[in-house]
Ligand binder design. Structure first.
Ligand code: ZN
Ligand code: ZN
Length: 683
């Protein structure tokens, strides 16, 4: 047996087994014994280069073919086209293709799908049509290359059109085609088309393909057809994890958190092997829909069940930690990302910045920011947003200057951070300057949220008429945020006329938001207009509206406690109320009187005070005082705007108890130290 035949046999058998590395090693042996490969064995070598995506080897082999005069072999050319497409070198692929005297269906299909995957719609269609003109019958690989490729590169309509053309020309799609076109149909949210494809699937008998079923569930979820989605799932013969994930994320996508959780738990009970995607999608569903405690519980259960979180999971769980200031959980997630080496990832890093900022630890947020090797705009915005929430306008502006220096282009979120920071700190002129800079220097058109910041900015400075003018000159209809900003400013400056005007707009825009009624009644109460206060109260009553139940969270020794206003269920409630009584008494002795106008209830003054004792933020602060060591800081999150009475109370507590107290309300962070608050009593 000649040496060439010996080596060729070896290479062919490795090729059948896809042992690509062994092929390259054999080639080296061959060459070291001065045996040159011939045109029969070279396609297998090129196939190995493709399999290893090794462009370098591939080009060497190509060069060898040219110098040894065998480069015109059609089979060899076809495998070269394949290799270059696989390595993303479409120009090289095209060059070889154009040199082929008689391209075959394999090389045509390879090139078509290469173009389609890279979003070169024209070239793909051109080659496809040329193929038909040359009398080459497109096969399943050619059609699928187009459908799947167009969908992958985001050309959804094109993917659907090719699918149509395929069906019309009598070609029978397979599972790959269908699961390639369905995501495109879902993204187009064209449920009628989806139903047609579904019908076609059933008729063609590919409905039992697992990938097809998952794709159908995903498509119906994207089209908001929850009923059809569930039906496809229920009719499935054999559950598989892909379909389950599609179902859970379909519910989540449509805001159906309960259904998503139920489905997830049912699948868990059925002992289905859930993977990191399943867990991540349910965690993200919970944390995006206000189920923060559930999200944290699931995150823990995920690890207990032995599934490792990844770089997608961590940014999903961190917002939940931030929302309820579960600092210990957040730190655990941080430690995990350090251990697994994903903390350099910009999305993980930005989520960490957000989490620490939301937990009141702006310095730790900064440490995370500084340790990200390359910042993108998301990271810059995260740290600026953090400082803005903490009212540290100086630092926000410093970061913005740094950002400009590093030539990172700001986006509209950057300016929202800048403007809200300026408005929190009363830097009216600075703020106005940035508002103008946004359009003039960066060409970013102000959005409605920027106008809301501008209104707050002017309103805080007492320039209420200017704020009102800004609203009138907005290029679009003002929304509730804008009017809300004006109403809040009117409350601070006790401006009745504009306050009533803004409130009436808000009553139209959000008829069922009790917050607006409360703000207006605060203005009336401050002006001593008790009849008007009564009117508002009756209006609220007639609409069956109640004030949102106040709710605060505090994390003590790794456990998050939730306290409701007038909560009587907490096991330590007696002690809490005693502590509050004690502090209130001391406050009164020192001449502080409780502000009763903040209570919108029909009771005598003394009783009003009693109700003030029940505000959830006060309860949470007292719980913190009772359960944390002297001198440590306390951190509370509140779901509503902090009330003036509690604000005064906490200021007082920070002084007599010598505690640093952080309270995050819906608006911003309040940092109470030694009797004063970082917000300067404006919120
Ligand atoms: Zn209060
Ligand atoms: Zn404050």
């Amino acid at each position: 047996m000649s040496k060439l035949i010996h080596f060729s046999t070896l290479i062919h058998s490795y090729s059948k087994l896809n042992h690509f590395n062994n092929i390259i090693i054999t080639l080296y042996h061959m060459l070291s014994e001065h045996v040159l490969p011939d045109s029969r064995v070279i396609p297998s070598i090129i196939k190995a280069c493709s399999g290893l995506t090794s462009l370098r080897f591939g080009k060497q082999v190509h060069g060898f073919c040219v110098t040894s005069g065998i480069s015109q072999d059609p089979f060899l050319q076809s495998s070269l086209v394949h290799l270059y497409v696989k390595c993303g070198e479409l120009n090289h692929a095209r060059k070889v293709f154009d040199e082929m005297p008689q391209p075959d269906v394999v090389s045509c299909s390879a090139l078509v799908s290469g173009y389609a995957r890279n979003g070169c719609v024209k070239e793909a269609e051109l080659v496809f049509n040329r193929m038909v003109e040359m009398g080459i019958e497109p096969n399943l690989v050619s059609w699928n290359g187009m459908v799947v490729g167009f969908n992958q590169s985001g050309y959804r309509l094109e993917a659907v059109m090719v699918f149509r053309r395929m069906c019309l020309s009598g070609f029978k799609p397979d599972g790959t085609t269908v699961s390639g076109v369905l995501p495109a149909v879902g993204d187009l949210e064209d449920v009628l088309l989806g139903v047609q494809v579904h019908g076609y699937v059933v008729k063609q008998g590919v409905g039992s393909d697992k990938c097809v079923v998952s794709a159908l569930i995903d498509m119906y979820g994207k089209c908001s057809s929850v009923k059809d989605m569930s039906q496809v799932f229920d009719e499935m013969l054999e559950r598989d994890v892909g379909a389950c994930n599609a179902l859970v994320s379909g519910f989540a996508r449509n805001g159906l958190t309960e259904e998503a959780l139920n489905a997830f738990n049912r699948l868990r009970d059925q002992k289905l092997e859930l993977n990191v995607v399943s867990w991540t999608s349910i965690i993200s569903c919970c944390s995006q829909n206000g189920k923060d405690i559930e999200a944290l519980d699931l995150f823990r259960e995920m690890q207990v069940s032995g599934v490792k979180p990844n770089a997608v999971t961590i940014p999903c769980v961190l917002p939940a930690c931030g929302n309820i200031a579960a600092l210990m959980h957040g730190k655990a997630a941080h430690a995990f990302s350090l251990r697994t080496g994903i903390s350099d990832n910009v999305y993980v890093g930005s989520a960490l910045i957000d989490m620490y900022a939301n937990c009141g630890r702006i310095n730790l947020a900064r440490v995370c920011f500084d340790s990200i090797p390359v910042h993108n705009v998301v990271c810059w915005n995260a740290i600026m947003g953090g400082y803005a929430m903490h009212g540290d306008c100086v630092e926000v502006i410093k970061i913005f200057r740094l950002m400009e220096k590093t030539n990172q282009k700001p986006d509209f979120i950057t300016f929202t951070c800048l403007l809200s920071a300026c408005s929190h700190s009363g830097l009216t002129n600075e703020g106005e300057r940035y508002f103008n800079k946004m359009l003039n220097e960066y060409g970013i058109n102000p959005r409605i949220e920027h106008y809301a910041c501008l209104v707050t900015l002017l309103g805080r400075a007492g320039k209420l008429n200017e704020a009102f003018n800004a609203i009138n000159n907005m290029p679009f209809e003002p929304d509730a945020c804008v009017w809300g900003a004006l109403l809040s400013s009117c409350r601070v400056h006790n401006n009745l006329k504009l306050g009533e005007l803004a409130a009436n707009k808000l009553f139209n825009l959000e008829p069922n938001n009790p917050g607006n009624y409360v703000l207006l009644s605060n203005i009336y109460a401050n002006k001593g207009l008790h009849q008007e206060v009564d009117k508002i109260r009756n209006l609220m009553k007639s609409k069956g509206m109640k004030k949102n139940p106040g709710c605060s969270w505090i994390e003590i020794k790794n456990k998050v406690h939730m306290l409701l206003a007038c909560d009587t269920y907490h096991p330590q409630m007696d002690k809490i109320l005693y502590k509050i009584d004690e502090l209130s008494m001391e406050m009164r002795k020192l001449g502080f009187l409780p502000v009763t106008s903040f209570v919108l209830q029909d009771v005598e003054d003394q009783e009003k005070e009693h109700i003030l004792c029940g505000h959830s933020e006060k309860l949470a602060v007292a719980l913190g005082l009772l359960n944390t060591p002297q001198g440590t800081s306390i951190q509370v999150i509140k779901n509503l705007r902090i009330c003036g009475d509690c604000h005064d109370f906490i200021k007082f507590v920070s002084r007599v108890e010598q505690r640093e107290i952080y309270v995050r309300d819906t608006n911003r962070f309040h940092r109470f130290v030694d009797g004063s608050c970082s917000c300067g009593d404006y919120w």
